[in-house]
Design a protein around this ligand. Structure first.
Ligand SMILES: Nc1ncnc2c1ncn2[C@@H]1O[C@H](COP(=O)(O)OP(=O)(O)O)[C@@H](O)[C@H]1O
Ligand SMILES: [Mg+2]
Length: 291
């Protein structure tokens, strides 16, 4: 198999692990910086890399950073046009990076999500907040970004200030119920194809809201009921992803999916589980390449 990984740098942990795992399976691997790929549309679509025509590849794993999303997804689409399977495709990646779009797709197919509203202006905030059940609420930026884009508002006044700032910067946002959890933890499933290959939990320190720890929080391997496996796999499928990290929280009414990630990092997940998680991804790439 010839595998192409689209990634800005070969040294990034996940990129390196995927390349390693593929080579161990006997594959030839090329890592291409998506910004250096040139797309040719002529009688037939073609791709070159720094002006040199690229040889045929069997399958592509895109690891497109949000900062280069528009160009990166054009590259992914071009491989699709050439009949080469990509693990994930451009529409799945872009849906997962638009929080409202992802929630729309999930909810339309019966995957429970936190009550959410989207609005383009901040007039009559109180009514907006009532639509999701009152404060506290979360304000989330819709546009993809590498920086955290989530704020908790405990009062309508604090929300007014936050919304004014965010809207005046021209961001789109959604307002979401801050869901109380049965246990103070989030769950993350790594879904590959039709299977969950790892479950981890993220816990808050006592007295802290979970979201404030998102960056530094440590992950721990957990076992979960089989019904959650099915839900995570379904969430990845309805957003259109072959490989995804699906984030859930356990509300009193049952599990809710609040985020779906199309380029999950393997570092924390492998450290927490002690498993080789690159291997199942490469296995799925081999399956798609064979089809
Ligand atoms: N509806 C919600 N209710 C309670 N906590 C939430 C909710 N949505 C997200 N969180 C918490 O906030 C964190 C960040 O939210 P998320 O939607 O994953 O944003 P991003 O990954 O873009 O920063 C999550 O890890 C989770 O702990
Ligand atoms: Mg998230």
């Amino acid at each position: 198999m010839h595998l192409t990984i689209l990634s800005r740098k070969a040294g990034i942990y996940t990129t390196r692990r995927l390349a390693e795992a593929a080579r161990l399976r006997g594959a030839k691997v090329r890592i291409l910086d998506p910004l250096r790929v040139e797309l040719v549309l002529d009688a037939e679509p073609g791709v070159s890399y720094q002006r040199k025509k690229l040889k045929r590849t069997d399958v592509v794993i895109p690891r497109i950073a949000p900062s280069v999303q528009v160009y990166g997804l054009a590259v992914v689409n071009h491989f699709t046009m050439m009949g080469i399977p990509t693990l994930n495709d451009a529409s799945g990646i872009s849906a997962s990076r638009n929080k409202m779009r992802a929630l729309q797709l999930l909810s339309a197919r019966g995957v429970p999500v936190p009550p959410t509203v989207m609005a383009s202006n901040a007039s009559d905030l109180k009514a907006l907040v009532e639509l999701v059940g009152g404060v506290p609420v979360l304000i989330k930026l819709i546009t993809p970004s590498e920086k955290p884009g989530v704020m908790v508002c405990e009062t309508v006044q604090s929300m007014e200030a936050a919304l004014e700032a965010v809207l005046s910067m021209g961001h789109n946002l959604l307002v979401q119920r801050y869901v109380r959890r049965k246990r103070e933890r989030d769950l993350r499933a790594l879904v590959v194809g039709e299977q969950v290959v790892a479950w981890v939990e993220r816990r808050a320190r006592p007295g802290r809201l979970l979201h404030t720890l998102a960056g530094g929080a440590s992950l721990k391997s957990v076992r979960v009921p089989a019904a959650l496996d099915a839900l995570a796999v379904q969430a990845a499928r309805v957003v259109g992803l072959e490989v995804a990290a699906v984030d859930l929280l356990e509300a009193n009414t049952g599990p809710m999916v609040f985020d779906v990630n199309s380029s999950p990092g393997l570092k924390g997940l492998e450290a927490a589980t002690g498993k080789d998680l690159a291997l199942p991804i490469i296995g799925r790439a081999e399956e798609l390449a064979r089809r």
